[in-house]
Design a protein around this ligand. Sequence first.
Ligand SMILES: [Zn+2]
Length: 144
Amino acid sequence: MSATCIFCKIAKREIPSHVVHDDEDSFAFMDIRPIRPGHVLVIPKLHIDHFSDLPDAATTKVLMVAQRLAKKLRADPKLPRVGLLVGGFAVPHAHLHVVPMHDGHDLTSQNYAKVADGKVTYDIANISPAAPESLAEIAKRLRS
Ligand SMILES: [Zn+2]
């Protein structure tokens, strides 16, 4: 754990979030700027920047939690796919995005993209925050 990392603070519940999963090694919570409703972040409790530097056990745990959440999201018969994404530019604490996909471009959504000065950039800050009630409702469903 890092004293200054926002994801460590969320996992320690020093910063509130819509919690979906919490165990000794991993934590999952609703992304407040969802690409699609139901967008969840799964993190290891270890403070490690790069996903590719995680110990095998932490990688396995994060992927298992993400897989379980993806199955719950797929209980919605209108949802064709759930995508998993590792980026890591926004917060230097390894995290896995679990994103409900209604379109093949949802992981590179135009909501996520911004064109400026002839360049396309992808930044979570380009997505508007979701209503807290919506996040709470989906988090409750995924916890069950
Ligand atoms: Zn951290």
